[in-house]
Design a protein around this ligand. Structure first.
Ligand code: NAP
Length: 482
């Protein structure tokens, strides 16, 4: 079933940080795939910008190499790569200097959408935004895309928002959280709000608890310098897990429109209870047969930064008053696995024998790998052996239904949304600030504390298991037998 594509209007995407890792690995390949799919017009232009002194041709070479490395061979024909590269150009610009801007002004085409993508560190956002404005580039159909991290705490996020607001209106700013571009995450909204089956059950009366897991197999992989200043709470919980929690917990918006959806997410963040210290577990991976310790990886011998965090979160509103949300994320865990689990309660009364094998229903929304949705239902075990029950999954793996290659990368969807001017899947400034306001006191309370150690390839520290066991519950198995 080929995905339906609705072409977008003509645009120039001006990519600051075009020689960087994210540009090569995600942004350029995603744009190319939308070009091949016929969604980006043939005339759409990619203008790279960074300090490196490259000619247009040298940048086209970099683009070709990025496509070779990050787009499967079967998805790029030479003619398509040639046509895409022909529409690429480059300008050498140092965000801190005034050189190159006149050349950029000459290269952008009047009368088309201009999307400025800041794939650079946030310390450069203000310099770039101010110079874009000074050169008259923020007028008309101009949009700004910014990458995480969006602040380090509430104060820095506010400052960043204020700096961007000097040059761009809020309705021009697209703060990317690539989790929101995932098919399954959008499907969570379709499941909830386009079916009658789930929404009546989506509350504390029927949902026992919710688990949100984002487990990574990798460690800090050369990003230790950045990561050690951040940690799992800032790098993952404040943004990605928070967004997943909001979409799971929010009330139905009146319409699927950017501000209506974002208003509902903001209400969830504001309803989050402050987290008790005993409801948070921090961990740091130790050295094991498969690799060095976190401290060695991060080259920070005394580091107290967490590479794992698990927490129990309460939401004070009518829908979720007694339903805990358990969140966990970490590096060097048993496997790369991200999911949201809606664990329903037991049936109120069983007509079958005790110990019959029945399990409560669970709706599992898998984000990676194998994006898909799985509903665990209790059925009769086949055969003549009496009324034995078993759990069977109603499984919808999107790659099976759509074809592996048809699964768009989150960035493809998000970049096209920017061009369309649709902010629904992007974080609003007040949402980001509210998330930091909730996160800051949790982080502040850790001052001087050392995280628990955990084995590589595990589900995190023992204390994280105890956090849910204390409530008579278990984390879903990550494959390490925990
Ligand atoms: P990177 O590989 O270090 O690339 C940084 C880019 O910025 C390079 O193109 C660099 O090119 C350019 N740059 C640096 N200083 C500049 C200046 N003064 N003026 C103009 N350009 C400058 O970083 P990255 O991994 O691509 O990450 C980019 C941003 O995305 C960061 O904010 C990062 O936190 C965020 N992010 C990255 C990832 C990821 O997976 N990589 C994921 C999520 C978010 P020159 O040296 O040629 O100037």
């Amino acid at each position: 079933m080929p995905a339906r594509t609705i072409p977008v209007d003509d645009f120039d995407l001006i990519l600051f940080g075009a020689t960087g890792d994210l540009a090569k690995r995600k942004i350029i390949p995603s744009l190319f795939r939308r070009f091949v799919a016929g969604q980006a017009p043939e005339s759409a232009q990619l203008i790279g910008a960074a300090r490196s002194d490259l000619s247009d041709d040298e940048f086209r070479k970099l683009v070709r190499e990025a496509l070779e490395e990050f787009v499967p061979a079967g998805l790029r024909e030479k003619g398509q790569v040639d046509a895409f590269a022909a529409n690429c150009a480059y300008v050498a610009i140092d965000a801190k200097g005034d050189g190159g801007w006149k050349e950029l002004c000459k290269k952008v085409r009047p009368g088309v959408i201009h999307a400025f993508y800041f794939s650079v560190g946030p310390a450069l956002f203000r310099d770039l935004a101010t110079r874009l404005k000074a050169n008259g580039l923020t007028e008309g159909e101009a949009r700004l895309v910014v990458e995480k991290p969006f602040g380090h705490d509430l104060a820095s996020a506010k400052e960043l928002n204020d700096h961007l607001a000097e040059s761009f209106r809020e309705d021009q700013i697209y703060r990317i959280d690539h989790f929101l571009g995932k098919e399954t995450v959008q499907n969570l909204m379709a499941i909830r709000f386009a079916n009658v089956l789930f929404e009546p059950l989506w509350n504390e009366r029927y949902v026992d608890h919710v688990q949100i897991t984002v487990a990574e197999e990798l460690g800090v992989e050369g990003r230790g310098g950045y990561y050690d200043k951040s940690g799992a709470m800032r790098d993952m919980v404040q943004n990605h897990l928070m967004q997943l929690l909001c979409l799971t917990a929010m009330e139905p918006p009146t319409r699927f429109e950017p501000d209506m959806l974002r208003d509902e997410k903001l209400k969830v963040i504001r309803a989050l209870d402050p987290v008790e210290p005993e409801h948070v577990v921090r961990g740091q991976y130790k050295a094991g047969p498969d690799g060095a310790s976190y401290r060695e990886d991060a080259e920070a011998p005394d580091s107290t930064t967490e590479s794992f965090v698990a927490m129990k979160v309460g939401i004070s509103n009518w829908r979720w008053a007694h339903t805990p949300f358990y969140l966990r994320t970490g590096k060097r865990m048993a496997k790369r696995h991200s999911e949201i689990v809606i664990q329903f309660k037991d049936a109120p009364h069983s007509i079958f024998e005790r110990d019959n094998g029945a399990r409560p229903n669970a709706l599992v929304i898998r984000l990676q790998p194998d994006e898909g949705i799985d509903l665990a239902v209790t059925v009769k075990e086949p055969g003549p052996g009496g009324m034995r029950l078993t759990t069977a999954p109603l499984d919808m793996t999107f790659a099976d239904a759509l074809g592996e290659d048809a699964m768009p990368d989150a960035y493809e969807r998000l970049i096209m949304d920017v061009i369309r001017g649709n902010q629904t899947l992007f974080m609003r400034g007040d949402e980001v600030e509210a998330a930091w306001k909730w996160t800051d006191p949790i982080i502040d309370a850790w001052e001087g504390q050392r995280p628990h150690q955990y084995a590589q390839g595990s589900s995190g520290p023992e204390e994280a298991m105890m956090l849910v066991h204390a409530d008579g519950r278990r984390w879903r198995d990550l494959g390490d037998g925990e």
